[in-house]
Design a protein around this ligand. Sequence first.
Ligand code: UDP
Length: 239
Amino acid sequence: MKGALLYEGKAKKVYSMLGEEYQLILEYKDDATAFNGKKHRIFPGKGQLNNKISAHIFEYLHDQGIPSHFIQQLSATEQLVHQTHIIPIEVVVRNVATGSLTKRLGITDGRSFENPLVELYYKKDELNDPLINDDHAKLLTGIQEKELSFLKEQALLVNEQLHALFKKMDITLVDFKLEFGRLHDRTIVLSDEISPDTCRLWEKGTNRKMDKDVFRQDTGDLLEVYEAIWQRLKEDIHV
Ligand code: UDP
């Protein structure tokens, strides 16, 4: 049973799970935010879509041998997860150049990479989540060299699996952001969410954006594209 509200973030609320000390309930909200919370809008039904999509992706990854905090979907907007203490590092994997990368390094938008790029960002709103290197990550979070290597390896494995999954849906996985957390025994697992809020997804052929960029850039109907992702996902996976 759902216990007390422990934390409320921009896109999710976190509750305790009564009787289960090391489990939590995540409730997906209908809020969309961008530019570090400066842009905000509510899309009724977004929480349900992201809950379904994220649950489905974590189940798929689990079947491919990639563990995460995910246990099971509980309701339209809720999922049960193992409690983790989030490591304040955002791991971004890029297959195609776009967004901040093109601005920072002058790389042409839309350029595909033969070898995916892995980047680390320090998860700290007050600092606008700055790009960091391994030394910064170790200094700021106390993470060890071996653990950092593990994070990057896992991120590349997730990339391989998601790339294959979205390819079958005629979608290019452009880039995405992952977060990892420590379980009670300090083991590190994939955590947070994987959804069109955290991935860039471009339709093959048309290059139509099917992710949160439609909200960031006001180029389309967020609910319509998230629903389209869900429809393609649910038809396709678990082969
Ligand atoms: N991303 C995210 N949360 C963040 C920052 C980035 O989910 O706080 C995702 C984003 O949706 C994209 C990828 O990480 O799929 C790379 O984002 P980028 O650094 O290009 O972000 P930008 O600042 O351009 O949005």
